[in-house]
Write a protein that binds this ligand. Structure first.
Ligand code: S3P
Length: 420
């Protein structure tokens, strides 16, 4: 397989969710450029609109008239978070500090995901959570209002939980401190700082001192490194050629997959590094080389947590063993990704085994793969195996390729365009 060309993958999902939320809470007009237009971000836009925020249709240049930190109104409908964990958990923080009740619902996959991790700290701040059906999944009603400040040692590494606590402190006007067990993506901190909020980060402690207002700010959304990773992986397992990925966010808390691809032997470099929109961006240029297996442990996982499905597929094309541990969070993503990765690798002819907190892949070099992939509706499983399916001679059928629309609606067209 030869890859060739340049592409700009769509806007970063994490930053897009936050840009809409902070735009809605800002004082005055915020312009958002390059927002991701995908189902997950539509979920955030829909939830904010149901709370009275003036969010226009998702588009390349959005103008959001913020209603201020106390501008949201009690919804008259359930808040439908679709498939989106980020929508649910970050909005739980905003709702905890808002003086009304709201019921959050989601699809079958989202409804199975644990929400106790946000309910516990937000309850400690004084919000009340009601779960239906005894578990800690959606539907969930948040009774928000006046909160007290909080210092919270994180139970596990999660940017969503950290962000929920910071947003609750912001909206309720109380100081909060989050003690991280490992560094996780820091977009919320960067974006709050860029909007005049006093956020201090020192020795793994993130402290927010509230302010009565949130400044409006323009936001440029860089290309999503998690989407770019599929194409970086494709270029790494190709036989020939080079792919250039433009405007990719290379924030170190997000760039673990690029570091791992390099460690596995791929040629990967950052050209045209620059700062824009509070983040570092680069043109990520990737070409193939002989790949070898690697070891990924818990310390590295947060920086590549969403990229593990595609890295597992790359591992199947490498020489030797790849071992991933400390990744138990994969069990509670859009699917049980440890199971989904291993079962699907086996289904297409690779050798892989589950670990309680990760997986092992025995790579056997570049070769075609054939078989049927069950995505469980998980966008990243569909796209990861789409990359393997692009190897000449592969015959992989994917049960639900359309689920890529959760984060990357144009994935299949872009894939067809760059493979020669
Ligand atoms: C996200 C954080 C991560 C990641 C998710 C997006 C975010 O989840 O997997 O896709 O935008 O904060 P966790 O916070 O559960 O690790």
């Amino acid at each position: 397989m030869r890859v060739d060309g340049a592409l700009r993958v769509p806007g970063d999902k994490s930053i897009s969710h936050r840009a809409l939320m902070l735009g809605a809470l800002g004082d005055g007009v915020s312009r958002v450029r390059g927002v991701l237009r995908s189902l997950d971000v539509e979920s955030t836009a829909g939830v904010l609109r149901a709370l009275g925020a003036r969010i226009p249709a998702l588009g390349d240049e959005m103008v959001i008239e913020g209603g201020g930190l106390r501008g949201l109104r009690a919804p008259t409908v359930d808040l439908d978070c679709g498939n989106s964990g980020t929508t649910t958990r970050l909005m739980a923080g905003i709702l905890a500090g808002s003086p009304f009740s709201a019921r959050l619902i989601g699809d079958a996959s989202l409804s199975r995901r644990p929400m106790g991790r946000v309910a516990r700290p937000l309850s400690a701040m004084g919000a009340r959570f009601a779960f239906e059906g005894g578990g800690e999944g959606l539907p969930m009603t948040v009774h928000g209002g006046r909160l007290r400040g909080l210092t919270w040692p994180m139970e596990s590494a999660s940017a969503q939980v950290k962000s929920a606590i910071l947003l609750a402190g912001l909206v309720a006007d109380v100081p909060v401190e989050v003690v991280e067990s490992a560094p996780t993506r820091d977009h919320t901190e960067r974006m709050l700082l860029g909007r005049g909020v006093d956020v201090r980060v020192e020795d793994g402690v993130i402290a927010l001192v509230p302010k009565a207002t949130l400044a409006a700010a323009d936001q440029l959304v860089p290309a999503d490194p998690s989407s770019a990773a599929f194409f970086a992986a494709l270029a790494a397992i190709a036989d020939d050629g080079e792919l250039a990925l433009d405007d990719v966010c290379i924030n170190p808390t997000r760039a673990g997959a690029f570091r791992v691809l390099r460690r596995m032997g791929a040629q990967l470099r950052y050209d045209d590094r620059r700062l824009a929109g509070g983040e570092e961006l680069a043109r990520v240029v990737v070409s193939p080389e002989t790949l070898r297996g690697t070891v990924i442990d818990g310390a590295e996982v947060p920086s590549l947590v969403d990229e593990l499905p595609v890295l597992a597929c790359v591992a199947a094309c490498a020489e030797g063993e790849t071992r991933v541990t400390g990744a138990d969070e994969l069990r509670v993503k859009e699917s049980d990704r440890i199971k989904a990765i291993v079962e699907n690798l086996r289904a297409v002819g690779a050798v892989a085994e589950e670990l309680p907190d990760g997986f092992v892949v025995q790579g056997a070099g570049r070769r075609p793969f054939s078989g049927s992939v069950t995505t469980h509706g998980d966008h990243r499983i569909a796209m990861a195996f789409g990359v393997l399916g692009a190897i000449p001679g592969s015959r992989i059928t994917i049960d639900d390729p359309a689920c890529a629309a959760v984060s990357f609606p144009t994935f299949w067209e872009e894939l067809a365009r760059v493979v020669r």
